[in-house]
Every structure is written in structure tokens, then in C-alpha cells.
Design a protein around this ligand. Structure first.
Ligand code: ZN
Length: 976
């Protein structure tokens, strides 16, 4: 064996600034001689687990058969179709004479086993009477039209069935994300607290980090267009499961090795050649030298002998520690991140300040985030300020001295002792917070406030404050690079109540005004959902908050989270404008309480702090040749077309990336996607997190359809739709039409290219993996972010849009199809109660044994109490949950009482689990059937129903109507 040659380019060190740029830029091909490209040979795959075997069986055997989901045509249409077909062939058959009554609805557990056998029977064989018949080998023949009635909505593809079937399919709790990736379990399965599935890294990123719209990539743009599907991934750089330490992304101790040409980071997909002295890039095929310090010999399969020791050679997800070259201005980060708490101090915020004074000491003592990958590191530093017409900056160390900034238009000369260590100064912090309410006693309370200059004052103080500089472990002194070149990182929590109207426009940056006649808010509401809604939902014209949010990212590396408490008598904060602070800085953290000063916001603050993961980030997506990223959706700032910058990335934050083709893809190679996120951790360490995903390529539309993830496709559709609404390029009506046309394109193309020949046109055929596409499309055009009209306020709609724009796949799933649980007594369950997941349809609300229904919409929880004949069970339930004996006596405006009864604890636990999953303490609304006006709001979330009010158009359609409409459109497409 020859000793490894010293690498030729290794000593040509680049200036630091250049490397930082390289992380974010693709350099051009050098034009140097390169060896002829060799076909990239993927390494051998680990054995797929049981779940993957289940879902891949047909593919593996080479006998792929699409499993279409068939829905009978509306009786009228299909009858005609049958008549037309039977005439030429002369084979018209009489309807079957023997009907069987429908089976009784089985309990939830039995359903899972029975579904497999019964499902196809149910959906294929609907009789006009609503009865079922046994499966037939022939086409369905419907009785004469005079007997026909509407299709049974219960026989349409069901979200609840699909979710439960997927859970039932799991045969073990450990699933490996193999190379190439195969279709993972549904997001609802992985996030279900009961399933306890753990995802193992088998050389590709877990679905917690990367989910794709499909897992067999079409080999050409033509094939992609044929399918009508979008090609995209949802990247969640940091996953919630890491906070609970149920998954772990290791930090590699290796030096950072990158492809010389495309700057891709070392990964399991790089191929080592020349005895290990060079490697071929899995993305651009360029061959780079292996530095001496990274050299290892290869085994007889061409794999490095040290492969198992280095995360970047055997895992899909890992991190590197960034050197100075990966820091801004080439200076290794030498500051601890900051978390700043800023409170409004006006007459509107009096209760809020009392609550903060009471709860913040505990939150700061026990709930500040820590860097889980840097054990033993200290939490971020904290700082405090308050504001009204002026800004008060507090110096905790020096006896809470207050520095008052009154001239907010002038350049602010910041305090240099602002940030404090929450551990060392815990007592001073507590004393300071306890003294806050007393400030109200001394001062005449102001009614107006500023907002724009507050965050800037905080961040400028962080910039000059040296308390956040690390102590050099060798010299014992604070590192002292040029402060103007060292960017602090962190975030500001803003606790805010009032529209910032104080001052004059040219003197008070960020001053806002109500953008319509305040005496007639209904005028503004009526614009929502129409072509004119952008007049009140785009940020105010001066763009102060948009521009300032960009500077938070580029200049301060600091994000903003908004905790908003609009007063009841003027509940308008111009969220469309100030939410730019969370959209562009990447936090997506916006919380709204409407005069609710209960400790619900404290729970949210704890969730938010715990979710904190990364500051001052740049994400770059690289791909193998043939495809490239071309569009991104989510909360971030983008200076160039290829960089996703954020000041803050929390654990649940995700970005949608959509891809385009440059070339035809070879079918014997993987499509490899690598995302690299350069960030500053909670402890101040600069690191690079890399995720890799590899996908197989195919040349058949049927294979693509089979590998789809419907939840991811809908997350992409919904978030791109909201993004277009927010930037004003499309109206709500255009978005709805676009959603429907995408749905029609996908289904008609499936029908054309994949349905078995001879399938009657009278049947609507849905691909198995996309059978929920129609109901989720309904959810998309009925959801608040898109459809929200006069029933919302402008702030509520702006809020729904910002939350949906940043929503995870798990959240969009419940936005598109709210989760409805029927709570009933069952002696077979612990506590004699159970919650059954049922369809969002009003005809499921007539269950006589139901004690209550719990609905989760992604924004609200509703506890719906049906009126039922007084019986002992019902009265027992009311008494044990509310402490009253009738619906009329329930105090609907208050919190659910906390009683030491089975029933009370059952419901409390249910809601707690849901809140934990969403990481939000969402408010519960209690609604009594026939008694509360809010019943109409509850029913508007039953997306399978026809919309109750007088709206016309697609959003008024029921599920069955919509399927008939789709069917008509598909037939029109096929006949063209
Ligand atoms: Zn490369």
C-alpha cells in the first residue's frame, strides 16, 4: 500500500470571509481538468424494517399494481354511463336483488382489523338506498334513477380511517430511515404520543427533519408534469423530538471536508477513490483531494475503514463545529446569546405586568433553554426593558438603575451593562421583577405607546454590552475583538397590548394607525376573503417593520417573538404589519390572548423558550445534478435566491423547498439532497447542521403516485398559497381555484395513465396514497388563512396566515382536517371513558352515548356538549366535569374546573396531551348545543358538511358535492 499523497490544494488556505461566503454560495466550476465522471454507485442499503416492507412490497417484487381507491359516481351520472356502455355490448345487467344491511359501526379497535376487509366493499358498492351489497366482480350497476338518492357520505375516503390504518400497520417501534428513503409512516403516526415510534438514522435524514412530496422521483420534468404533482420537501432543521432527547443529531469531531466545486459537505454519499486519497462528490461529481489529516484506507468494498467512527460517513444527519471562517467577519463567535424581555407599561398592560412579575422569576430560573449538544454549557444571558412613550432600560447589576430613553427619534446611546447571567444574578432578577408593579403606583399611567424603537434599543444595548462576551479560558480575560464586527445573537420577547400610535409620523419610527374608519370595523371585515383584502392585510406602506425585521437578521442576528394582549375595546394591533417581525426573523413566534391575562401565556412562554434552538442562521439546499431548488416558503429572510437566512430557528420551524428540473435523471442513480444550516447554538457555539436525503428515480407515473406523502403535498400547497396571498400576487378566490385545478390535474392524470384499462368513466378513481387529496383540498379552501371572511377580524386573519405560513406538516394536517373526538363512557377503558376519533361531519354528532365532543382546529379547542335526554350517565358526566347538573348552569366563559373526578381528569389530560403536541396552550371554548351562539363557529369546522351560511362557490360544497364536482371536472379533462 502506497502512503497517501499529500493533497495538492490543502495548504491553499482561503481567507476566512471567503469560506463563510462559500457556505452560502455555489462556486462556479473551476474549469480545471477533471477525470471523466464516473457513475455514482450508492453504498449497499441496510435491511428495510417491517413498515417499509409493508409499503414497498409491490415495488420490490417488480409487480407493481396501483391500488386505486374507487368511489362510485353520483347515481344519476353513473346510471347514464352504464346505459351508454351496455347498449353497444348488450350486456346491461339487472341490479342485484339481494341487499345486505350495513354492518353496525364497529368499535374503534375492531375497526382497524375490519377495515381491510370491509373498506373496499363499502366504498365500491353503494346502493341508492344507502345499503351495501357484497363485492362484485362486475361493474356496479345502479337502480333506475327514480330510486336514487345522494351518495352516503360515510363511504367517502376517511381521514380518521387512514390515520388509524397507518398506526395499525406499524409492526415495531423502531424504524430506520434507509438509503434511498422509502415512504415513512404518516406524520400523525410518528407524532401520536401513544405509538411511541422512534426513528433511527440509517444514512438518510429522518422524516422528522426531511419529508418529501413523493419518494420515487420522476426521471424527467415531463413525467413530473404528467403526474400534476409538486416536487418538494419540507425541511425541519431542528426537530421537536431532539428537545425530549428521543432523537439525537451528533456533533462530528472531524474537520470540515467539502467538495471543492459545489461546496457540499462530506456525507455518506461521497465516494472515495484512489485508495482513499480522493473523493467524488455525490452532488456535482467533482473529484476533490482528501486532506492528509482526513485520510483513511479503504476496505475491499471501497469503504473507509473509519466509516463507523465518523457520523458524516454513516449518518444522514450530523453537525460540524464551525471554525472562525464560518463566523461573520471571520471572527469566532465570542458572545453568549441573549434573551431580552420587553414589556409595555401602559394602562392597558397593568394586569400583564403583574403576571410577568409573578411568573417570570420561575421561568428564568427553571425554563431557560440550554444547548443539549453542549452539555454543561450555560444558558443565555437575559436583559429587561419596559416602554410606553419612552423606553426604560434596566441595569439589574447596579441596583436596577433605569436609563430612560425619551427622544426615540435620536440615535440611541445604549447602556453597556444591560445583560445579566440568569444563574449568577438570579436573586437580583427576582427582586427587580417583584419591584415592577410598584412602578405603576409612582407614575401616572400612559395610554399610548411606541413600539418600533424598543427592539432597536434592546439590540443596540446587546451590541455594546460586554457582559455577553466569553471569558478566554487560557488568558482569563474577555476576548476583545472589534465589537462592531462581532454580531450578538439571540431574541427579544415582546409583551405588547396596544397599537403603537404615540408621537408623530416623522418623529416616531414605527408609529401605526388604524387603516380604516374605527367606528365601523365591519367595513374592514367585509373586505376579508375578497380581492380587496390585501388592502388591509399587507404591511403598512412605510414598511418600517419589514425593513427593521430584515436588519434584525442581517445586522443583529436577533429574532423577535410576539406575545400580544389586545384590549377588548379596541382589539386591533395591525398584526399584518407587526407580524413581519416574526416572519422575517424566522421565529414564527406569535401568540395572541385578547385580554386573557391568565397564566396560559406563561405555559406558551415556557414552550417557546424550550423550543429555542438556533440563532443567526443561514440554510443552503444543495442537490445532485438534474434538479435544483427554485422556491422556498416559510418564515425567513432571503437576500439571494439561494440562501435562507433567519435570526431565530425554533425546533418546530420548517421551510418548504420546491424543486425544478435541469435535466433528465438517470434511473440507476439516487437524487441526493443536502441541506446545511450554519447557526449559533444556545450556548454560543457556531455549528453547521447537515441533513442528507437520497431518493430512487423511476420512469412510471404509477410508481410516483404510489410513493406520495399526501400530508407533505398539502403542506406545500397550503403554505405556497398563503405565501402568495401575503405577498399580494393572488387573491383568495384565485388560490381556491388553483387548489382545485391542482387536485383535478393530479386525479385526472392518474385516471389517464394509471387506472386499469376499461375502468368505467362513471367511477372516480383515486390513487391509494392520495385518496385524502379531495378532503384536504376542501380543508385548504375552507381554512381561516385562505377563506377567512367577515367572521374574522383583520388581526385574526393576519394571525391565521402567519401561523399557517410557518406550519409544520403535523399542524397543517389538523388545520386541513380538524381532529374531532367523541367522548363516551366505556367500562372496558381505564377510568370508564374513552375518546374515539370520528369524522368531521355533523351526522357523526348524533351518537346517543356521546357525553361530549372535543374538536381541535390548530387554533382553538372546542368542547361541544350535546343536548341529550336527561339520563344518569349524562348528569354524572356534567356533574363530574363542571360541578353542575344541567347544561344551562355551565359557566362557559370560565376555564374548565379542575375537579378530582375521573371525568374532569380525563378531559384535562386529553387537552394537556394535545397542547404538548402543538407546543401551545390553546384556549378551550365550551359550547352547549342549542344554547350558545358559538355553535355556528364549531360547526363551520366540520369540513365534510355543506357550509351553513349563505356563501356560494366551492367553499359551500359538502365533501360528497365536492367529489361529484371533481368527478365532473376530471371527466371534462379526459374528454378534451
Ligand atoms: Zn460537489
Amino acid at each position: 500500500m502506497y502512503p497517501p499523497q499529500p493533497p495538492q490544494h490543502y495548504h491553499q488556505q482561503q481567507p476566512p470571509q471567503q469560506k463563510y461566503q462559500q457556505h452560502i454560495q455555489q462556486s462556479q466550476p473551476s474549469g480545471q481538468f477533471q477525470p471523466p465522471p464516473q457513475h455514482y454507485q450508492p453504498p449497499p442499503q441496510p435491511q428495510p424494517q417491517q413498515y417499509q416492507q409493508n409499503v414497498q412490497q409491490s415495488q420490490a417484487s417488480g409487480q407493481f399494481q396501483p391500488v386505486p381507491y374507487r368511489i362510485p359516481a353520483p347515481p344519476q351520472q353513473q346510471y347514464q354511463q352504464n346505459v351508454q356502455q351496455s347498449q353497444p355490448s348488450g350486456q346491461f345487467q339487472q341490479p342485484p336483488q339481494h341487499y345486505q344491511p350495513p354492518p353496525p359501526p364497529p368499535p374503534q379497535q375492531q375497526q382497524q382489523q375490519q377495515q381491510q376487509q370491509q373498506y373496499q366493499q363499502h366504498i365500491q358498492q353503494t346502493q341508492s338506498s344507502g345499503q351495501f351489497q357484497p363485492p362484485s366482480m362486475h361493474h356496479q350497476h345502479l337502480p333506475p334513477p327514480q330510486q336514487s338518492r345522494e351518495l352516503d357520505p360515510n363511504l367517502m375516503p376517511s381521514v380518521t380511517d387512514v390515520i388509524q390504518e397507518d398506526i395499525a400497520k406499524l409492526s415495531e417501534e423502531n424504524i430506520i430511515s434507509t438509503r434511498p428513503l422509502s415512504v415513512p409512516p404518516l406524520v400523525t403516526t410518528l407524532k401520536d404520543p401513544e405509538t411511541k415510534v422512534s426513528m433511527q438514522d440509517g444514512g438518510c435524514a429522518r422524516p422528522n427533519h426531511i419529508r418529501s412530496t413523493f419518494y420515487s422521483i420522476p426521471n424527467s420534468e415531463d413525467l413530473l408534469k404528467t403526474t400534476g404533482l409538486p416536487f418538494g420537501i419540507v425541511v425541519t432543521p431542528f426537530a421537536e423530538e431532539e428537545l425530549d432527547e428521543t432523537i439525537n443529531v451528533p456533533v462530528s469531531e472531524s474537520e470540515i471536508i467539502r467538495c471543492n466545486r459545489c461546496k457540499a459537505y462530506m456525507s455518506p454519499f461521497m465516494r472515495f477513490i484512489d485508495g482513499g486519497r480522493r473523493f467524488q462528490c455525490a452532488l456535482c461529481r467533482h473529484i476533490s483531494e482528501v486532506p492528509n489529516t482526513y485520510f483513511a484506507h479503504l476496505d475491499h468494498n471501497g469503504r473507509r475503514l473509519d466509516e463507523i467512527e465518523r457520523p458524516e460517513l454513516n449518518l444522514g444527519s450530523y453537525e460540524f463545529r464551525g471554525t472562525a471562517e464560518y463566523c461573520r467577519n471571520g471572527i469566532l463567535n465570542c458572545r453568549r446569546p441573549h434573551i431580552i424581555f420587553a414589556f409595555e407599561m401602559t394602562v392597558n398592560s397593568k394586569l400583564l405586568v403583574h403576571q410577568l412579575s409573578k411568573h417570570l422569576p420561575d421561568v428564568i430560573k427553571n425554563h431557560l433553554p440550554t444547548d443539549i449538544q453542549n452539555p454543561g454549557s450555560r444558558p443565555p444571558l437575559v436583559g429587561f426593558l419596559t416602554y410606553n412613550s419612552k423606553i426604560q432600560v434596566y441595569d439589574i447589576i447596579n441596583n436596577n438603575q433605569v436609563r430612560i430613553v425619551s427622544d426615540v427619534a435620536e440615535t440611541f446611546s445604549p447602556s453597556t451593562t444591560f445583560l445579566v447571567d440568569p444563574v449568577t444574578h438570579a436573586d437580583q432578577i427576582e427582586r427587580f421583577l417583584q419591584s415592577l408593579p410598584a412602578l405603576y403606583n409612582d407614575n401616572e399611567l400612559e395610554t399610548e405607546t411606541i413600539l418600533g424603537p424598543v427592539i432597536e434599543a434592546a439590540l443596540q444595548s446587546c451590541q455594546v454590552d460586554k457582559n455577553n462576551w466569553f471569558v478566554d479560558p487560557e488568558t482569563g480575560s474577555n476576548a476583545t475583538p472589534d465589537p462592531s464586527k462581532v454580531v450578538p445573537a439571540g431574541k427579544v420577547y415582546l409583551f405588547h397590548c396596544t397599537l403603537p400610535t404615540y408621537g408623530r409620523d416623522n418623529e416616531t419610527p414605527g408609529r401605526l394607525k388604524i387603516r380604516w374608519n374605527p367606528s365601523n370595523q365591519d367595513d374592514a371585515r367585509r373586505l376579508l376573503g375578497t380581492d380587496k383584502e390585501k388592502n388591509i392585510l399587507t404591511p403598512e406602506p412605510s414598511k418600517h417593520y419589514t425593513n427593521f425585521a430584515s436588519r434584525c437578521v442581517t445586522q443583529y442576528g436577533s429574532g423577535v417573538e410576539l406575545f400580544l394582549f389586545p384590549p377588548v375595546n379596541g382589539p386591533y394591533l395591525d398584526l399584518a404589519t407587526i407580524s413581519e417581525l416574526v416572519r422575517l426573523t424566522g421565529s414564527g413566534g406569535i401568540y395572541k390572548y385578547y385580554n386573557d391575562f391568565s397564566d396560559r401565556f406563561v405555559t406558551d412562554l415556557k414552550y417557546s423558550l424550550k423550543s429555542s434552538f438556533a440563532f443567526d442562521t443561514v440554510m443552503k439546499v444543495r442537490t445532485s445534478t438534474g434538479v435544483r431548488p427554485f422556491e422556498y416558503f416559510g418564515n425567513f429572510y432571503s437576500r439571494s435566491t439561494s440562501d435562507i437566512e433567519s435570526a431565530v430557528v425554533n425546533a418546530e420551524a420548517s421551510i418548504v423547498v420546491e424543486f425544478r428540473y435541469d435535466d433528465k435523471l438517470p434511473e440507476d442513480e439516487y437524487v441526493v439532497i443536502q441541506t446545511a444550516t450554519l447557526y449559533t447554538s444556545i450556548s454560543g457555539e457556531r455549528r453547521i447542521r447537515v441533513h442528507n436525503a437520497a431518493f430512487g428515480v423511476c420512469d412510471e407515473a404509477a410508481v410516483v403516485y404510489k410513493s406520495c406523502c399526501c400530508d407533505t403535498i398539502m403542506n406545500l400547497f397550503l403554505r405556497s398559497g398563503v405565501s402568495q396571498l401575503k405577498n399580494g400576487t393572488k387573491t383568495p378566490q384565485q388560490i381556491k381555484e388553483h387548489l382545485i385545478s391542482r387536485c383535478v390535474a393530479i386525479l385526472s392524470s392518474y385516471r389517464k395513465h394509471c387506472a386499469s384499462p376499461g375502468s368505467p368513466l362513471g367511477q372516480l378513481i383515486l390513487p391509494e396514497a392520495l385518496k385524502l387529496l379531495p378532503i384536504y383540498t376542501i380543508g385548504a379552501f375552507k381554512c381561516d388563512a385562505i377563506n377567512g371572511g367577515a367572521e374574522l377580524s383583520p388581526d385574526e386573519k393576519a394571525y391565521a396566515q402567519i401561523v399557517t405560513l410557518g406550519a409544520s406538516i403535523d399542524l397543517t394536517q389538523v388545520i386541513l382536517y380538524p381532529k374531532l373526538l367523541c367522548i363516551e363512557y366505556d367500562p372496558n377503558y381505564e377510568g370508564n371513558l374513552r375518546a374515539v376519533h370520528i369524522r368531521c361531519s355533523s351526522n357523526r354528532l348524533d351518537n346517543n352515548s356521546a357525553m361530549a365532543y372535543l374538536l381541535e382546529t390548530g387554533f382553538h379547542y372546542f368542547l361541544y356538549l350535546p343536548t341529550s335526554l336527561p339520563n344518569t350517565k349524562n348528569q354524572q358526566f356534567l356533574w363530574n366535569v363542571f360541578g353542575v347538573d344541567s347544561l344551562q348552569k355551565i359557566p362557559v366563559e370560565t376555564e374548565l374546573p379542575n375537579l378530582m373526578t375521573m371525568e374532569s381528569q380525563f378531559i384535562k389530560t386529553l387537552i394537556e396531551k394535545m397542547s404538548k403536541r402543538r407546543r401551545r396552550a390553546i384556549k378551550l371554548h365550551i359550547i352547549r348545543q342549542g344554547l350558545d351562539k358559538t355553535e355556528i363557529v364549531f360547526k363551520s369546522f366540520l369540513y365534510e358538511d355543506k357550509k351553513g351560511h349563505d356563501s356560494v362557490g366551492h367553499d359551500a360544497l359538502s365533501y360528497v358535492d365536492f367529489l361529484c364536482h371533481l368527478h365532473k371536472e376530471i371527466r371534462a379533462q379526459l374528454n378534451n
